[in-house]
Design a protein around this ligand. Structure first.
Ligand code: ATP
Ligand code: MG
Length: 498
């Protein structure tokens, strides 16, 4: 491991010599400077991790140097040395970013501790930064929940895009399906993981600022451009740019994005030369881009370019088997966030959640669980606080009051009764009509199918005014719905309510 480097800046030779000797003995690599000018030069060449800086120097003030060094390297640790315990300049130094200070004359043993403490702090900060990064990365991508075949396909595509270092990826899917999560997963699973991932929401940045945001500008590009500024394509060098809501990208800008994806070059606003762009461009939208292309709202050439690698996220209602594990996952993460200890969702709650169609997809499910956890007093999420629209989605025989709709499973079929009520006689009539239709008008077969006798069937047909063909009068068509709500009618594939 390389040694930590310390630069001692003091014009009193004896002081810098004794400090250097003592610090070297403690295992540091040390250099010295006797003036501001020498300090600046050594700062460049020696690249210290820590500078011990006298406040009074012959050619400049230590406070000036402190600002200059910190501006060049904000991770640098600076310890000020002050000849007289000048509280004002010491306070100023601390405000300007110095780590600590000590007054002359000093005790070498005390200085040694100050230096040790500074390096220990630096080490801890690095460690915390590292773990925070790791945590952020893990929480961003490792927790994409889902075992459904559709999600497994998505995970495979993420891996392919990440491993192949695909330069452009298009992620599509309804709002709340996890497009942003996928974009981060691609980045953090790839060799680019240590470089930046920068997100730009094309819908939220005004058109006139978007180009500046993406490509930056040269000094003087416009009135306020007092210096060159990098855009995200430069800031994300080596990493990924995530263009969210690409469907909202203004048409003019689309040409520039196309050029950047094709040539890997772009031009800053007001620039004369192209700049190389080593970035992966991940795009996402909930909009129907092919339709937008047809309508002339999105460039076809850009769409085809982006669509080379397309990850299409399934709607939550198309993978309801994932709901239970998502619910459990959200309970666990929200437990941590809110300091709760909910164990699980009750089977009843899960049934409601599984029957609902989730137009807002996973985001809506997460919000729903968060709401339940806020309101629930016990350890289990009961259906009590579910929103009415979620409750109405469940058609449960056991809980008719909750929805007004009743259902039951019968002979392997799920039968739903309308909330408006139903006429038993009409139902019986329809069943007879259906049975006759199924048997091609053969009354014996129809009676057998209905598990009744031929005589009973004939009696009931007569009662309902059905002809031998099963029709009411000669002209009535079986497939014509019977008017009025709550009244069943027969259709080719079964019973329906008007
Ligand atoms: N598979 C998943 N596992 C765990 N959490 C998920 C999953 N999919 C989505 N989420 C969560 O759902 C929420 C919405 O996800 P995200 O923001 O990625 O959706 P989106 O498709 O980008 O939506 P929008 O189109 O509205 O921007 C986030 O809180 C995200 O963490
Ligand atoms: Mg999003």
């Amino acid at each position: 491991m390389s040694k930590n480097r310390i630069l001692v800046v003091d014009d009193e030779k004896l002081i810098s010599w004794s400090l250097a000797a003592s610090l070297k003995k403690d295992g540091y690599e040390v250099d010295t400077a006797a003036s501001g000018a020498e300090a600046v030069q050594k700062f460049e060449s020696f690249k210290p991790d820590l500078v011990m800086l006298d406040i009074c120097l012959p050619d400049t003030s230590g406070l000036e140097l402190l600002k200059r060094f910190k501006a060049a390297n904000e991770d640098l640790y600076v310890i000020m040395i002050t000849a007289y315990a000048n509280a004002d300049s010491a306070v100023q130094a601390l405000q300007d970013g110095a780590e600590d200070y000590f007054g002359k004359p000093f005790n070498l043993e005390a200085v040694k501790h100050v230096v040790e403490r500074a390096f220990e702090k630096r080490r801890l900060k690095k460690e915390v930064d590292y773990f925070r990064n790791e945590l952020r990365r893990k929480s961003d991508h490792e927790k994409m929940v889902g075992n459904s075949p559709k999600m497994i396909e998505v995970f495979k595509m993420i891996k392919i895009c990440a491993d192949a270092d695909a330069k452009t990826v298009l992620i599509t899917g309804e709002s709340g399906t996890g497009k942003e999560l996928v974009a981060k997963a691609i980045h953090y699973h790839s060799a680019r993981a240590d470089a930046p991932f920068i997100e730009v929401n094309c819908a939220s940045i005004p058109e006139n600022l978007l180009e500046n945001e993406l490509f930056g500008h040269e000094k003087g590009a416009y009135t306020d451009a007092s210096r060159r500024q990098k855009g995200v394509f430069e800031l994300a060098e080596g990493g990924s740019v995530f263009l969210d809501e690409i469907g909202d990208m203004p048409y003019q800008m689309q040409a520039k994005i196309l050029k950047a994806t094709e040539t890997k070059r772009f031009r800053r606003l007001g620039g004369q030369e192209d700049v190389e762009a080593n970035v992966r461009i991940i795009t996402a939208t909930h909009q129907d881009l092919p339709r937008m292309v047809k309508e002339g709202k999105f460039r076809g050439d850009l769409f085809f370019r982006l669509n080379v690698m397309n990850i299409c996220l399934p709607k939550l209602r198309e993978r309801k088997e994932d709901i239970e594990s998502l619910v459990q996952y959200f309970i666990e993460t929200l437990n941590e966030e809110y300091g709760r200890s909910i164990t699980h969702a009750a089977p009843d709650t899960l049934e409601y959640l599984t029957r609902y169609d989730w137009p807002g997809n996973v985001r809506e499910l997460r919000n729903c669980i968060e709401r339940l956890m806020m309101l629930e007093q016990g350890k289990v999420l009961t259906p009590e606080f579910l929103n009415p629209e979620i409750k109405q989605s469940r058609v449960a025989a056991q809980d008719p009051e909750s929805s007004g709709v009743i259902s039951t499973d019968f002979a392997g079929e799920h039968i739903v009764l309308p909330s408006t009520g139903i006429s038993l006689e009409e139902l019986e009539k329809m069943l007879i009509q259906l049975a006759l239709k199924k048997s091609g008008g053969n009354q014996s077969k129809a009676a057998k199918f209905l598990k009744t006798s031929r005589d009973t069937l004939r009696y009931r047909m007569k009662k309902f005014g059905l002809s031998d063909s099963g029709k009411e009068g000669e002209n009535e068509n079986l497939e014509t719905p019977v008017a009025g709500s709550g009244v069943p009618h027969a259709s080719a594939d079964g019973l329906r309510w008007a």
